[in-house]
Design a protein around this ligand. Sequence first.
Ligand code: FAD
Length: 361
Amino acid sequence: MAKVLVIGAGPAGLFAAAEAAKNGFDVTLYEKGKIGENIRCAEGFFDTLKVLGKPQFGILYKVEQLIVKAVSTYKFSTDKLNLWMLDRASWQRKLAEEAVSSGVKISENSQVRPEDLGKLKNGYDFIIDASGAPSVTSRAYGFSDHYKKNSGKTVQYTMEGDFSHIANCLKVGLLPDFWGYYWIFPKTKNIANVGVGNFYSARKDRLWNRLDRVIKEEGISGYKVLKKTGGICPTAVPDALVFDNILLVGDAAGLTSPLHGGGIDMAIVSAKEAVKSILSGWTDYEKNLRAIIANKLKFEGLLVRVLCERNLAEIDKLISSLKKYNLHRLLANPKLLNNFSIQLLERALMKREQLATKKVL
Ligand SMILES: Cc1cc2nc3c(=O)[nH]c(=O)nc-3n(C[C@H](O)[C@H](O)[C@H](O)COP(=O)(O)OP(=O)(O)OC[C@H]3O[C@@H](n4cnc5c(N)ncnc54)[C@H](O)[C@@H]3O)c2cc1C
């Protein structure tokens, strides 16, 4: 039995560990804290590639609508999307239980330090680094700056108050003056994750100020703050994903969406692919993973460029035409995203011609 060490018990680490154990590996997982604690996330789970399906545990509800505020406010049905709201703490605890029942040995309060890696590399056949960003490997191999330079920055409150008007819906609002957006993701009718993300270069104090402004504008400033959190969403894959016998997965692999910073789905996809690649020779992990995610990344990168080149009024116009022509349904068919369709989209969207958009899409 080959020995595998997994570092970190977020979604990437838990899926990698369980998958490896199910495939007959002798798996140990080290988590620096307690499983399900200190999670920094708005907890919307969007299976963008439609390859994962409904999570087995931790679902709070299937999202019914996405509410998007630009100049006007638009409502998009999400019935055709794999989009759920999760309670990540209970989800991850349950995933850990499942992993243990598949044979994974989990050790909590066990931090792996960069200086430990040398010894661990010799003691295990493979290491799957799922320690988030910046990863343990990046500190040992000297590329932790990569994440800082290629990340969205976020801050978030978990708030208590009346969110029943958007029950079972996720709301996002564009903040192009700020190169970012805000979100209100209700967990229940009375509790929601409310945050802002900036994909440029804002300082942390500016992020909190911007969030307070959003909260005022949304009319929820009297609500109680239960928790304050935040962090980075790494949006670019480092130059390599394999270092000796170490494979990077999830945020450690820089896999959050450049468009919105969501990364739970890619954490799972990369974890599964890492184990699959180990089974078939492991050196092809990076190539295999890139093949799976390339079109998604191209598509999201294109949308980021479109957003960057327009002001709020133009973006609003674009969103209204998406709604009018039902083009958001494209997201429901990720298989339609290929080199050809993305090129057509690019031509249509970058030209700013709505007629062309209609014709092409
Ligand atoms: C404010 C915010 C909101 C977000 N909202 C969403 C959202 O709504 N939807 C979405 O899809 N994504 C969201 N994301 C992104 C999402 O949280 C991440 O993409 C996802 O958690 C990545 O999973 P992971 O397992 O790779 O890393 P993580 O979830 O970061 O897990 C890493 C684990 O490794 C452990 N660890 C770290 N260092 C060590 C060490 N040295 N030794 C041992 N263990 C270690 C950590 O304690 C942690 O448990 C959000 C991110 C932020 C910051």
